[in-house]
Design a protein around this ligand. Structure first.
Ligand code: PLP
Length: 468
C-alpha cells in the first residue's frame, strides 16, 4: 500500500508542493533503534486479563505499537541529543535558558517566557493568577488538564465548539473553530468582568485533533478586543495547526508554517504550551504573556512549586532539546510527512468502512466506537472493548475517550490512535491498518465489558473491567 502524492487523502496543496516522486518518505534516517517485542495471542490474552482489560495497566514492554498518546513519546533528533550535551545546569542565569527563550520568542513573540516542567504546570500557574470563583473561561474545547486546572480555581471551564465540530462524520476543514456568536452571547450573558480570559486550543485535542482557522482566530480576537479580554492559546500542537492552515485556508498556500504560527500568536496575549507535543521533546513546557504584572505573579508562583524562572523545573539540557525541537517541528518536510501519515491511516481504514472522526486531524485518528460496535451500548464501554480487541489482535495500544473516561457526560465513545512523532515508519502504519481491518471483519462478535472496580475520580486510569 504505497503512500502517494495522488492519494486523495493528501490535501491538494500538499500534492502541489510534493517532490517529483509519488511516494512521500519519512524525512529522516534512523541512527539509533529500540527493539519492540512481538507476543503471541495467548500471551496477549494473559496480559490483558492481568491488566483487567484496561490498557493503562499494561506494562509497555508487552505492547508492540504504542498509540496511547503522542505526548512525550516522540523521537529526538541527533541535533537535539547533541544540544543536550551543551546544556548548562546553572541554577540561575543558565545560557541554556537564553537559547530556549530566544527559540520561543522567535515563534511565539511574547515578552515573558516562563519555563515549566510540562503543560499542566503552565495551566495551573496561569489560571491561579487570572481566575477566581464565579469566573467563566471559554475555550473551543478544554483538554482534561486544562479543564481541571480552571475548575480548581473555582471558575467554570466552558467549551464553545461549532456545531460541525461535534459531528464525527462531517468533513469540515476547521472543526476546531470556536463558535464566535456563542462567545459574544456568553460575554453578554455573564458580563465581561466574569470572563478573565478566552482560550483557543490549537489543534483541538478533545475535539479530534481538528485545526482552528486564522479567520476564526481573528474573529475571536475581535470579540476579545471589543470587551478588553485577553486571548491565550493552548499551543501544544501549534505547528500541526499552522500546516493545516497552509493546506486548507485560502491565502496561506505559499506562507511558511513559521510565518503562519507567528501571525497567529501575534493575535493573542500569551499562551500555555506542552513541549511534549510540538516541542518534539520528552518533557517540558512553558507559559508566555505580554503582561508585566501577571508575569511577575506567575514567576513568584513558579518559584514556589516549579523552580527558579530560568529553569522552571527542567534541566538545562531539556531547555536545549526544546529550543532545537521548536525549530525542527516547523520544517515543512517533517510536517508534510506528519499530516500525510496520519491522513493515510485514516483514509485506509475509512475506505474499508471503519467509522472515524472526519477529516483526519494532525496527531491522531479517532475511531467512532459506537458506530463500529452498534450492538454494544455505551454503558458496556464499546470504546474499551474495541481498544482491548486491537491489543488482542495485534499488540496495538490505543486509548478510549468515552464513557469510561467521562461517565454519563460522554457525548461519543471514541478510540484514539495517537501517533508519536518520528517514531513509527510507513510499515508500522500499514501494520496498524491491517490489524484494524481484521478486527473490523469480526466486529459483530466483540462483547461489551463491565466494571469490577472504579476510583472516585479520573477512573479511566485505574478502572478494572471484565467481559460480559
Ligand atoms: C491540548 C492539550 N493541552 C494541554 C495538555 C497538557 O500537557 P501536559 O501533558 O504536558 O501537562 C495536553 C496534553 O495532552 C493537551 O493535549
Amino acid at each position: 500500500m504505497p503512500k502517494t502524492c495522488s492519494d486523495p487523502a493528501i490535501p491538494s496543496a500538499a500534492r502541489n508542493v510534493a517532490l517529483a516522486f509519488r511516494t512521500i518518505i519519512e524525512p529522516f534516517k534512523i541512527k539509533s533503534v529500540e527493539p519492540i517485542r512481538s507476543t503471541t495471542r495467548e500471551e496477549r490474552e494473559r496480559h490483558l486479563r492481568a491488566a483487567h482489560y484496561n490498557l493503562f495497566l499494561l506494562p509497555a514492554e508487552n505492547v508492540l505499537i504504542d498509540l496511547l498518546t503522542d505526548s512525550g513519546t516522540g523521537a529526538m533528533s541527533s541535533r537535539q541529543w547533541a544540544a543536550m550535551m551543551v546544556g548548562d545546569e546553572s541554577y540561575a542565569g543558565s545560557p541554556s535558558f537564553e537559547r530556549f527563550r530566544h527559540a520561543v520568542q522567535g515563534i511565539f513573540g511574547y515578552k515573558h517566557v516562563i519555563p515549566t516542567h510540562q503543560g499542566r504546570a503552565a495551566e495551573r500557574i496561569l489560571f491561579s493568577v487570572m481566575c477566581k470563583k464565579g469566573d467563566v473561561v471559554p475555550n473551543n474545547a478544554h483538554f482534561d488538564t486544562t479543564r481541571a486546572n480552571v475548575e480548581f480555581t473555582g471558575a467554570e471551564a466552558l467549551d464553545l465548539p461549532t456545531r460541525e465540530g461535534l459531528e464525527p462524520s462531517n468533513p469540515g476543514l476547521f472543526k476546531g473553530n470556536m463558535d464566535v456568536a456563542a462567545l459574544e452571547g456568553l460575554i453578554g450573558r455573564v458580563g465581561r468582568d466574569r470572563v478573565p480570559l478566552v482560550m483557543l486550543t490549537v489543534t483541538n485535542n478533545a475535539g479530534g485533533g481538528q485545526p482552528v482557522s486564522m479567520e476564526n482566530v481573528r474573529a475571536v480576537r475581535a470579540v476579545c478586543r471589543r470587551y478588553d479580554i485577553p486571548l491565550y492559546f493552548d499551543a501544544c500542537r501549534f505547528a500541526e495547526n499552522a500546516y493545516l492552515i497552509k493546506l486548507r485556508e485560502t491565502g496561506y498556500e505559499t506562507k511558511t508554517p513559521k510565518a503562519i504560527a507567528q501571525e497567529m500568536f501575534a493575535l493573542g496575549d500569551g499562551c500555555t504550551m506542552s513541549a511534549k507535543k510540538d516541542g518534539l521533546a520528552n518533557i517540558g513546557g512553558f507559559l508566555c504573556t505580554n503582561d508585566d504584572r501577571l508575569a511577575q505573579q506567575e514567576k513568584d508562583l513558579l518559584i514556589l512549586t516549579e523552580g527558579y524562572p530560568t529553569y522552571g523545573g527542567l534541566a538545562g539540557r531539556d531547555l536545549e532539546a526544546i529550543a532545537v525541537g521548536l525549530e525542527e517541528v516547523l520544517d515543512e518536510d517533517y510536517l508534510r510527512y506528519r499530516i500525510v501519515s496520519t491522513a493515510y491511516l485514516g483514509k485506509h481504514i475509512a475506505q474499508a468502512g471503519v467509522p472515524i472522526v472526519q477529516p483526519p486531524g494532525g496527531h491522531a485518528i479517532y475511531i467512532d466506537a459506537r458506530a463500529f460496535l452498534p450492538h454494544i451500548p455505551p454503558r458496556q464501554f464499546p470504546g474499551v472493548a474495541l481498544a482491548a480487541e486491537l491489543y488482542l489482535e495485534g499488540g496495538i495500544r490505543s486509548v478510549e475517550i468515552g464513557t469510561l473516561m467521562f461517565g454519563d457526560a460522554a457525548k461519543m465513545d471514541l478510540v484514539r490512535l495517537a501517533i508519536p512523532r518520528r517514531v513509527y515508519t510507513q510499515s508500522h502504519i500499514d501494520y496498524v491498518i491491517e490489524v484494524v481491518l481484521e478486527v473490523w471483519k469480526r466486529h459483530e462478535q466483540i462483547r461489551g465489558l463491565q466494571l469490577t472496580y472504579e476510583a472516585p475520580f479520573l477512573r479511566h486510569f485505574t478502572a478494572r473491567l471484565e467481559p460480559l
